[in-house]
Design a protein around this ligand. Structure first.
Ligand code: PLP
Length: 383
């Protein structure tokens, strides 16, 4: 038995996090947080914040340390070399995305989004006043593919293609070849890419994360990359994300206009992220191994308890995307499972029109609770 298996529902409810307090009595398998706490180096960083009384505005030295830590982390893990001066901060990836749309893209240009997609991308488009064009992914027998012809038709000069790699909610990790084919279509249309790589550290070998902007000069020139330690190190409440700006012009405009966005990164987030990126590898490896085991267990559980579900195991992230239309589901799967199974999942329809009849299940639960969640969902599909 793994140490993390012994974390109980009672202890998670007692902590009172959003995952376990939003739907009392239900197992929390919706919002993207893990139930495994944080790395010891993160706790040390927060103690340091208190010891050094770092409650004022972010000191320049700490910001510089984080920028270097971000560059070192990506060089070490993905072989992507960029100067630390290419890193800018934001409170979180979504606030960064809104800033990017506002400052670095042509006003009024649409967002092209492969679906199913991370739910808040739809809200970002609405808040930023941009049209959003959904482009359904192609579901093949045992993998997903982008519909490049449809993306080509949807893109226009200045429009923004949202690449989510690893892809929430389907867990796809894009190959270099696939990324190059995106680049060709984007370049042909004079469009740009917002590459959300927040889940990059959580990839299960043999899959390997390739940063889109790292491919070549062409991708670097039309891309803004966003990332954060918030998913892999489980610290979304600390508010700190990183934007990697790979063009001189983007960096110039951001220096001029992006100050309020970057200034919203918090000291706890800056310190904790620096610690995670520089000294968090061991914890990350342990968690990734646990999640890999949980992912494999989940495949078995689905085969046993949800045999009519259509499912492709993710190559990255701790999110699983299940097609339950084989059970006749169309709408309000959240309500059904929250009531009948006492499991809080994410309604697939929130991920786009193609999500109808699907659910997103967060499997970063202690395994006994994951087992219980799938057993209960299995019993509830029958009722
Ligand atoms: C793909 C993706 N982007 C962004 C976010 C949100 O990140 P942040 O809290 O940094 O805005 C998430 C959270 O789950 C996510 O999965």
């Amino acid at each position: 038995m793994h140490e993390l298996d012994s974390i109980t529902e009672d202890s998670l409810v007692a902590k009172g996090g959003r995952k376990w307090s939003s739907f009392p009595g239900s197992l929390g398998a919706f919002i993207a947080e893990m139930d495994f706490g944080v790395a010891p180096v993160v706790r040390e960083a927060l103690r340091e914040l208190d010891d050094r009384d770092l409650y004022g505005y972010a000191p320049h030295g700490l910001v510089a340390d984080l920028k270097s830590a971000t560059a070192d982390f990506y060089a070490r893990r993905c072989g992507w070399q960029f100067p630390s001066a290419h890193v800018e901060l934001a409170s979180d990836v979504l606030a960064g995305f809104i800033g990017v749309l506002q400052f670095l893209t042509r006003p009024g240009t649409p967002i092209v989004l492969p679906t199913p997609a991370y739910m808040p991308f739809f809200d970002v488009a609405r808040v930023a006043g941009r049209d959003l064009i959904e482009v359904p992914m192609k579901r093949r027998a045992d993998d997903w593919a982008l519909d490049l012809a449809a993306i080509d038709a949807a893109l226009s000069p200045g429009s923004i293609f949202v690449l989510c790699n690893p892809h929430n909610p389907i867990g796809k990790v894009y190959s270099e070849e696939e990324l190059l084919s995106i680049a060709e279509v984007v370049e042909r249309n004079g469009a740009r890419v917002f590459s959300d790589e927040i889940h990059a550290p959580l990839v299960y070998s043999p899959a390997r994360h390739t940063p889109y902007a790292s491919l070549n000069e062409v991708t670097a020139a039309h891309t803004v990359t966003a990332t954060a330690a918030s998913k892999a190190f489980n610290i979304p409440g600390l508010k700190c994300a990183q934007l990697i700006l790979t063009t001189d012009e983007d960096r110039r405009v951001w220096k001029d206009k992006g100050g309020f966005v970057s200034g919203a990164a918090s000291n706890p987030g800056i310190l904790a992220t620096t610690a995670a990126y520089t000294r968090g590898d061991e914890w990350l490896e342990e968690i990734t191994e646990y999640l890999r085991g949980s992912r494999d267990l989940l495949s078995d559980l689905i085969a046993e308890h949800l045999p009519r579900a259509s499912y492709i195991a993710p190559e990255g992230t701790y999110l699983a995307w299940l097609d339950l239309r084989g059970y006749g589901f169309e709408t309000d799967l959240f309500g059904h499972f929250n009531t009948k199974a006492k499991v809080a999942i994410t309604e697939g329809r929130l991920c786009g029109e193609v999500g109808q009849g699907h659910i997103r299940l967060n499997f970063a639960l202690p395994r006994p609770l994951l087992r219980e969640a799938v057993e209960r969902i299995g019993a509830a599909v029958a009722s």
